[in-house]
Design a protein around this ligand. Structure first.
Ligand code: UDP
Length: 330
């Protein structure tokens, strides 16, 4: 049995990773200020420490209380649009907090670190699908802040021997197939939950952000990857870090779906159409982001269980239908 510190473990991807760790019998301490996460998303079997990452004294206490085999760092601001309005806030939160956390881990002798990184590193990518050798050039401050954390980790590796994995998620979506966790942001900005709620009549019609992109139907193409498959990637990468050096992986299904295709998938799965209208582009959105995940597959044996968009939508739909108020805390 191993023990892990999971920052942001009450959030969307973090909570699914916590479930995966608990399911295989590991011990989990979640560090989350619940500014975006939910107390109800943290299973009773995990220990929740409610504190902001910026609280250096609390960080020290956490590392003094427990000895961790690794840190999984999910806690971050993660909205492209918001980052275009408040770039310095993104730098301060994402880079500042991560640096403090890395420092605390090193001081405590915890030299394994898994970072939630992002496809937003690649901006308008040089090629599609995007492999790990594709040049990074973030098109927004969110992506830039994550790139800077990756750079900080590389220095921590070089100077302190910290071994890290930077996992560049493409579009995390879906929910725990057993219905134990799901996607609930406040405010909600993500396509699937907004579109599903619009189809259920719980929200106004969806605004599609632009239909004049250079894609076949004019709407943006993304690589939607199931959050449980992302969680599984974390388990595999943790294992690999014990026997290999640091690594960076792009994680997606390798298949892109346009916004309109996602709305079609919702209609197929649920039998309901998504009311929508076309609006202007959202600043910072690249036209196409699709991952090449061959490296992750080859080096860790990862293979998505929910590789097709309908399977992803099915779990997302089931959770939102069963949880009209999400975690119901707000
Ligand atoms: N999108 C949209 N309307 C919305 C929310 C999202 O058209 O109300 C589009 C967005 O432009 C992007 C895709 O859906 O092309 C996925 O956006 P999301 O915010 O879910 O994830 P991101 O790609 O920003 O990580």
């Amino acid at each position: 049995m191993a023990r892990y510190l999971v920052t942001g473990g009450a959030g969307f991807v973090g909570s699914h990773a916590v479930l995966a760790l608990l399911d295989r019998g590991d011990e989990v301490v979640v560090l989350d200020d619940l500014s975006q996460g939910h107390r109800a998303a943290v299973p009773a079997a995990a220990t929740l420490v409610q504190a902001p990452l910026a609280d250096g004294a609390e960080l020290k206490r956490v590392f003094a209380n427990w000895r961790f085999d690794a840190v999984l760092h999910f806690a971050a601001l993660s909205l492209v649009g918001e980052s275009m309005k408040a770039p310095m806030h993104y730098m301060a939160e994402n880079l500042g907090n991560s640096v403090r956390l890395i420092e605390a881990a090193i001081e405590a002798g915890c030299l394994r670190f898994v970072l939630s990184s992002t496809a937003a590193l690649f901006g308008n990518p040089a090629r599609i699908p995007i492999d790990e050798d594709c040049p990074v050039s973030p098109g927004n401050p969110y992506g830039e802040s994550k790139l800077m954390v990756e750079t900080a980790l590389a220095w921590a590796e070089r100077i302190h021997g910290l071994r890290y994995a930077a996992l560049r998620y493409f579009n995390a979506a879906g929910s725990d197939p057993q219905g134990r966790a799901g996607e609930d942001h406040n405010p909600e900005t993500h396509l699937l939950p907004l579109a599903i709620d619009a189809a259920l009549g719980r929200r106004p019609a969806l605004t599609v952000f632009g239909d004049d992109y250079p894609t076949p139907d004019g709407t943006c193409i993304r690589d939607y990857v199931h959050v449980t498959d992302l969680a599984d990637a974390h388990l595999r990468v943790l294992g690999r870090l014990e026997t290999h050096g640091s690594c960076r992986y792009n994680i997606g299904n390798g298949e892109g779906h346009s916004v309109k295709q996602v709305l079609d998938a919702i209609a197929r799965v649920s039998g309901r159409t998504v009311p929508h209208s076309i609006g202007p582009r959202r600043p910072g959105d690249p036209a196409i982001l699709v991952a090449a995940s061959e490296k992750l597959r080859a080096e860790t044996g990862w293979s998505p269980r929910f590789g097709d968009i309908d399977a992803i939508v099915r779990t997302a739909w089931a959770w939102r239908e069963a949880h009209p108020n999400g975690y119901g805390e707000r």
